[in-house]
Structure formats: C-alpha cells, structure tokens
Write a protein that binds this ligand. Structure first.
Ligand code: IFM
Length: 452
C-alpha cells in the first residue's frame, strides 16, 4: 500500500520569498523589508522587493500549478500586507490579493493550505517588542481571527507557525535572519514561549471564527534522525536522539521535542526543563493549556537527517558520513531515509496525521544551450525521498507532501543564490521555465507515486 487516493500532492512557497510588491497595495513594512536593507546581511545585497513578482503574476503561477497537476498549494499570508501596523487597521487591498489567489486556486481545482506566519513580523509590532512582548499572543490571535473571517469560507486547511526553530533561532539567537538579534538566552526562551502561546491562541481564534470546520496544523522543522541499521537498538537510538535536547546551547532551537511536545502533548520535555532551567520564563498551567489547544494535523518540514546508532556505552551516537557523501548545492546532506523514519517516529509520539509541509533541495540549475533546465539531481532526490515516504504512508497516516518549492525564490540570507524551485525563475525577466523535475513531478502525481 502506498499513498492514499486523496493524498495532497503539493508545492509550497512563502510570501516574502515570492511576492515582491514590498511597498505596494497598502502593505506595511515587515522585519524582512528592514533587515534586507542593512548592509552585509544578505548575500549580494539582495532583497525581496521584487522577488518572483508573484503579487502581479499569481494568475500565471496558478496556471502553472494546474498544469503540473498539483492537488494542493501551501502559501503564506504576509501579516503586514493585511494588517499594516500588525493590529487594528485592515488593508483591504492586501486581503483582496489573497482572496483572489484563493479563488484562482479553487477554480484550478487546487486546495489552498494557508500558513499564517512564515516569518514576516510587521515592523510596527517589532518596534513594540515583537515576540518579546507578551501582547504578541493577542496580536497574533487578532491576525488569525481576520484570516478566519476573510478566508475560511474557502480555505479549510490552516497552519499557524512555520519553523519556529528558524525564526526564533536564526532571528533572535544567531542574528542571521530578521530581525538580526543575538539576544540573551533568557530572552530567547521567552520569545519562544510567547510564540507557542500565540500559536495556541491562533488555533482558538481559527476555530471560533472559522466559517466551516477547519483542519488546523503546525509546521515546525528540526533535525530528523534515522537508524544506521534495522537493529532494534539502532532504531531505539535514532528515536531517542530525535526527541533529545541538544546539549550545545547555540543549537538548542533545533530541538524537535521542545517545540512539538508542548503543542501536542501539553508539556515541555522534562530533559529540556532541567537543562534550560536557568533561562526559562515563568511557565504556568494556563500557558500550557493554551499552547496545547488541540490541532488536527501535524506538519513537519524535513530536508535531511542524522544517521544514528546505539553506542557501546548504551547511548545514541551520530555516525560519521563517508568522504564524498551526497549533498545539495547548499551542502545539506542527501539522506532519503529521513522521510521514512522521521514521519514514523513523529507519528508514534504525536498520533496525528503527518504532512510533510516542506521538502526539497537547492541545485546549481542553469538554462542549458537547448533553452531547458536539466536537473537530474533533483529528480533523483525526489525519487529517493518519495520512495521512503511511500513506505511510511503504507504504515502510518501521511496526508500530504509539499515540495519546496514551487519556483526558485528569495532564499533568506543567501538571497537568490540558491535555487530550490521546480520552476526556474529568470530574475532579470521574470520568465518562468519548467525544470525537468517539474515534468517528473507532474507525471509522478498523475500516477499517485505508483512507479516510485
Ligand atoms: O526557504 C526555506 C523556507 O522558507 C523555510 N524552510 C527551509 C527552506 C529552504 O531553506
């Protein structure tokens, strides 16, 4: 048994990475608008001001999705486009943009999956402390309410936060992403706790104001783990490592359990409570109840994993990758097994239908002399990873898969240097060119992964 008949074959994007129109249509400024303008922050000094110009070309982009046979499209709303100051005044033009996009998707027979927060904090809220301000919980709830009121008559699937690991870890601990801070650990834990509370409050608002029964999820990331062998002890080692707490405090935000246990199980992992004790804010029962407001599906962004075995001392340990281990253009290891073991371990622990909300690779894609974009590495990557997911789908509930990304886009601190898309974007002309992998993905969807 493989993928279910109604499997959500999709592709994903995010607002800042593709929309452009940074100062158009009444949009407010967000933290990425500001961050990208600071010298030295982004490779090549790139910004998302124009990006893929999706704001103006969304109909053309939806037509491509239809041609590709996508069943689902995961996109995000830019908070500052609909609420320019973050709270209060609604920008009707911004609401109309997303509304038109949703209509176009539905007309094309594509199910919209809407993510509320893919990192665009309105700058006005940032000036008031952003996630550091306990009020951020209420702000995010107000935004979720607006999304429910305006979009949920047509959108059934919502995700709250995308990769809190990144927007907290890279944005507030390492300073590599907006807003570019290297905050003290105490502040970072408070920011993290507020963001989780905001997630819970958004779930409440979506349920309360949803115009139909909604399917609500969460889309974290984190390092996946897979066992070196099928031996029970290695499997157990990988499971333990996956949910363990990183010892190195510079890496703590990559934890899976710190971000997901509270949301699904209603408590922070005990190991983390001990290790992080000196830095933790006050955590109340009421907070935990809010954070664990029930959700319906569990999203996970998975790109690669660590190969783990049980050490001779009875503790899980990383294995060493051999010389020349396959890697993507961004130097991320190619480890297809993580798309079997990751969902399995997550399902065992959280018992919710799993959605792979992002997976993909960056390649050194070029337009060849024949005018086409040949990306055999991406096809090979997809075939290997999806084969593993298919195996998982035969054993646990897997509801969907979103390829990252529909098209090349603004890859945060790397600017436009990394190409993750199925569709090649020539940023000089905004011309879209289907890569070979896009045709491959279309055919794979057509057969529901039969030939994998
Ligand atoms: O482009 C990002 C995306 O915004 C979040 N997940 C990882 C992708 C690739 O780095």
């Amino acid at each position: 048994m493989g993928f279910s008949k109604d499997f959500a074959w999709g592709a994903a994007t995010s607002s800042y990475q593709i929309e452009g129109a940074a100062e158009e249509g009444g949009k407010g400024t967000d933290i990425w608008d500001v961050f990208t303008k600071e010298p030295g922050r982004i490779a090549g000094g790139h910004t998302g001001d124009v990006a893929c110009d999706h704001y103006h070309r969304f109909r053309e982009d939806v037509a491509m999705m239809k041609e590709m046979g996508l069943k689902a499209y995961r996109f995000s709303v830019n908070w500052a486009r609909v609420l320019p100051e973050g709270t209060g005044r609604v920008n009707e033009e911004g609401v109309r943009f997303y509304s038109d996009l949703i209509d176009a998707l539905l007309e094309a027979g594509i199910e919209p999956y809407l993510t509320l927060y893919h990192w665009e904090m309105p700058y006005e809220l940032y000036k008031r402390g952003g996630w550091m301000n306990p009020e951020s919980v209420r702000w995010f709830g107000e935004y979720a309410k607006l999304a429910a009121e305006r979009f949920s008559d047509r959108v059934r699937y919502f995700f709250t936060l995308n990769e809190p690991q990144c927007f907290v870890g890279l944005g507030y601990l390492r300073g590599e992403h907006a807003p570019g801070l290297k905050a003290p650990l105490r502040d970072v834990f408070e920011i993290a706790h507020n963001a989780l509370k905001a997630h819970g409050y958004a779930v409440q608002m979506l349920r309360q104001y949803g115009k139909q029964p909604l399917v609500i999820g969460y889309a974290p990331t984190g390092s996946m783990c897979y066992p070196e062998s099928e031996k029970e002890e290695d499997i157990e080692a990988a499971r333990q490592m996956l949910f363990s707490i990183p010892e190195n405090m510079d890496n703590w935000t990559w934890s899976v359990s710190w971000w997901s246990d509270p949301v699904i199980l209603g408590e922070y992992p005990e190991e983390g409570m001990k290790q992080f004790e000196p830095y933790l804010p006050k955590i109340t029962e009421k907070d935990m109840k809010l954070i664990s407001e029930p959700i319906d599906i569990y999203g996970q962004n998975i790109y690669n994993g660590r190969c783990i075995r049980m050490g001779t001392d009875g503790r899980p340990e990383d294995t060493v990758r051999y010389e020349g281990f396959p890697k993507t253009a961004m130097s991320w290891p190619v480890t297809p097994e993580c798309l079997y073991w990751g969902p399995k371990f997550l399902y065992e622990r959280y018992r919710k239908p799993i959605y792979i909300t992002e997976n993909g690779m960056s390649c050194h894609d070029v337009v060849s002399v024949d005018g086409k974009v040949h990306d055999p590495n991406r096809i090979d990557f997809l075939a290997r990873y999806l084969r593993e997911l298919k195996k998982a789908a035969g054993e646990i509930e897997v509801g969907g898969y979103f390829q990252w990304s529909l098209m090349d886009n603004f890859e945060w601190a790397s600017g436009y240097a990394e190409r993750f898309g199925l569709i090649y974007v020539d940023y000089r002309t905004q011309k879209r060119i289907w890569k070979d992998s896009a045709y491959w993905y279309r055919d794979m969807i057509r057969t529901n992964g039969e030939e994998l």
